[in-house]
Design a protein around this ligand. Structure first.
Ligand code: ADP
Ligand code: MG
Length: 293
């Protein structure tokens, strides 16, 4: 077992959630609906793969989860509290405390060493993070590359530096945009193993991917098509559990009408899933056949 060097206190919690999030853009041709009332959550310790064709809304969804953009409708919830409407400064703080980012092309600063890159997100904080940066780099297998600059590192090593950087502020959620997109399959597999290990310590991971390999390391896959999200691994029992209902409660017929009740939430999740199933069998792709409100 590797030494545990970051602590998340969020086990059994849902660190981040999208509640009926719609994002539309005005364009010359009219409105583009990039996300169409998307419900999504990632649990602590879970790895979720987001798949879908180009233009289906994957980056928009990641931007929402990363508090980099505001929804047109709906809410982003951080640990159950609405993050929509926070001031830019509050958002920056929430992002720094909650979310780590990993990108396809690493986004490393070429003039800084591995340690310099990893501690960069702490530059404006009072404590010196050098020792932590060194620990994280050692943990991802780069203990002998601490003072190397990015041009002295391979692609896989650069991505490991980026992963170490994403963990420096002990995030609850790791958002990865095509994390293995620029890596050969062997290097990619090693990076994914690292991501899996991070999730196993309690971090929720959302990875946008085209890569079949990624799915071997994930707990759940969701698919975006024209901004509509489908859970590709829908499980009614898991949905009931997630909403705080036992299986026998699910089987009983009582249904509270309060929007905050587990029953309401469960009913909405199920209706949404059925709507997607119905749309795909009826050939509708506009996602509006059964609009659940
Ligand atoms: P993906 O990452 O799955 O390729 P995106 O989330 O980038 O898809 O885009 C989803 C849709 O939203 C696309 O039709 C895209 O053209 C549109 N879109 C994304 N960003 C903007 C923007 N800033 N202005 C207008 N349209 C946008
Ligand atoms: Mg994209």
């Amino acid at each position: 077992m590797s030494k545990r060097i970051f602590e998340t206190s969020t086990a059994q919690e849902t660190p981040i959630e999208l509640d009926e999030v719609t994002k539309s853009y005005a364009s010359g041709m009219g409105q583009v609906i990039a996300l169409d009332s998307v419900d999504f959550h990632v649990d602590a310790g879970e790895v979720v793969a987001v798949i879908g064709p180009s233009g289906s809304g994957k980056s928009t969804m990641l931007n929402m989860l990363g508090l980099l953009d505001e929804p047109t409708e709906g809410q982003i919830l951080l640990h159950g509290d609405p993050a929509t409407g926070l001031s830019p400064a509050e958002k920056t703080t929430a992002r720094r405390e909650t979310i780590g980012f990993v990108f396809q092309d690493f986004h490393l600063i070429p003039t800084l060493t591995a340690v310099g890159n990893v501690r960069l997100p702490t530059a404006f904080l009072p404590d010196d993070a050098t020792a932590r940066a060194e620990d994280l780099l050692t943990r991802v297998g780069l203990g002998d590359r601490l003072r190397h600059t990015p041009d002295e590192l391979s692609g896989g090593q650069k991505q490991r530096v980026a992963i170490a950087r994403s963990l420096i502020n002990e995030p609850d959620v790791l958002l990865a945009d095509e994390p293995t997109g620029n890596l050969d399959s062997e290097t990619g597999a090693a990076v994914l193993e690292e991501i899996r290990a991070i999730a196993d310590e309690g971090v929720g991971v959302v990875a946008v991917t085209h890569d079949d390999l990624v799915r071997e390391y994930t707990d759940r896959t969701v698919e975006l098509v024209d901004g509509v999200l489908t859970d590709a691994t829908w499980d009614t029992r898991a949905a009931a559990t997630r909403c705080g209902l036992s299986w026998s409660e699910h089987l009983s017929s009582a249904c509270a009408s309060s929007a905050r009740s587990p029953w309401y939430r469960y009913w909405r999740l199920c209706s949404r899933h059925t709507r997607h199933a119905w749309n795909s069998t009826s050939g509708r792709s506009d996602g509006r056949a059964w609009r659940v409100r």
